[in-house]
Design a protein around this ligand. Structure first.
Ligand code: HEC
Ligand code: HEC
Length: 334
């Protein structure tokens, strides 16, 4: 589209009408200058037979009086016009740009909504309220929960493992999560979506945030064993007995955090680290993240699960080998 059309078309806001008037005024001025401006249609009729340099022009008298006056009044007119046109344009322009940005935004939201319904709704819910997907291992019947996306900003707003929610969603979309039902959608990782399409989907998701995060339902955990809770929330990634799958093995997680069998104090340190991981999640850049469970499990339910994990601990001599020593920020207790 030629620039001039873009300029006049405006941005769907009220700014386009003043812009049209301004552009028409500019064009009108130009035409007037061309038709009756200085140096036009004056002097003796030009004769094509006379060489250019020898053609008669205005007389001296004309040049010093009417000719000069005309040129000067056009100069004044031009100055007045510019002094009105530029400030008006300057006033209108930001409004117009905002209008256009808003148009692009609305277009992204509309495109993103369509793509979301096609590619994501089956697992994350038509209303983004969350859902589930079949386990990638056909022998396992338990479905895999797909998190709600209409509160993802609120869920990660104060997270220790996510700095920038938009970027986090983008990384998840581009690369997917190995070993989980969340496949890669970005072209770079074998998906079918261009950066622009992914961007539209993310814009759509961010446009429908509710900001509400439900509290864990304490009633749901009454009377449930750690074994049962572990099976429900952890097995899909850490496997039965902590053998490890998508997530690291937990058979020796106590050992990795300094546990000496029989020493209650060192056991407590390991328990605190695990509780910290459960409350905050884990996200080492470049590795699959583990979500925070503080919005899913109550502290009591976490304790039950940690008891269960403690129950299957073995000494494997792999202390620190897998994930390195505990980080300084991980020995707080909460
Ligand atoms: C086959 C089911 C399935 C489809 C289709 C799917 N997802 Fe997922 N998605 C999941 C599951 C399961 C998880 C959780 C993975 C895990 O446990 O780490 C997930 C995780 C996510 C997360 C991270 C959420 C969080 O709280 O950390 C985002 C963001 C996401 N999906 C967005 C999308 C978008 C956008 C689409 C569509 C382009 C999509 N997903 C399509 C199943 C799916
Ligand atoms: C979606 C898969 C997934 C689920 C579900 C999951 N985890 Fe994890 N978990 C991981 C991954 C991946 C890591 C490693 C993250 C990293 O370091 O980047 C991890 C790390 C951990 C760690 C730290 C291990 C260490 O050596 O520091 C603990 C402890 C843990 N998970 C416990 C649990 C418990 C208990 C549950 C159930 C309430 C659970 N996880 C549910 C994927 C998962």
């Amino acid at each position: 589209m030629p620039d001039i059309l873009l300029l006049v078309e405006g941005g769907g806001s009220g700014a386009s009408v003043p812009m049209i008037i301004l552009v028409v005024a500019l064009v009108g001025f130009g035409v007037a200058y061309f038709l009756v401006g200085p140096g036009r249609r004056q002097g003796p009729k030009r004769n094509a037979d006379i060489p250019l340099a020898m053609r008669p022009y205005h007389s001296d008298e004309e040049l010093e009086t009417t000719g000069m006056e005309r040129a000067m009044s056009w100069g004044v007119a031009l100055a007045v016009f510019a002094s009105l046109f530029l400030p008006l344009y300057w006033l209108i322009e930001p409004n117009r740009m905002e209008g256009r940005i808003d148009d692009f935004y609305q277009q992204d939201v509309a495109d993103g909504r369509v793509e979301y319904q096609n590619a994501c709704a089956s697992c994350h819910g038509v209303d983004l309220g969350g859902g589930s997907a079949p386990h990638p291992d056909p022998d396992i019947d338990t479905p895999w929960p797909a998190p709600a996306l209409d509160n993802i900003v609120a869920r990660y707003e104060e997270s220790e493992i996510v700095e920038d929610v938009r970027e986090y969603i983008e990384l998840t979309l581009v690369h997917g999560r190995d070993g989980t039902p969340m496949q890669a959608f970005g072209v770079a990782s074998g998906g079918v979506y261009s950066d622009q399409q992914l961007d539209a989907i993310i814009t759509y998701i961010l446009s429908v945030q509710t900001g509400e995060v439900p509290e864990p339902d304490a009633q749901a955990f009454v009377g449930r064993s750690g074994d049962d809770l572990y099976a429900n929330h952890c097995v899909r990634c850490h496997d039965v007995g902590g053998k490890g799958r998508v997530g690291p093995q937990l058979i020796n997680v106590f050992e990795r955090y300094g546990w000496e069998p029989g020493d209650e104090e060192s056991a407590q340190v390991a328990r605190d680290v695990i509780k910290h991981v459960l409350n905050n999640g884990r996200n080492v850049p470049g590795e699959a993240p583990m979500q925070a469970f503080d919005q899913i499990l109550t502290p009591e339910a976490m304790d039950e699960i940690i008891d269960h994990i403690e129950g299957f601990q073995e000494l494997t001599g792999e202390r620190f080998a897998q994930i390195g020593p505990p980080r300084a920020d991980e020995n707080g207790s909460d």
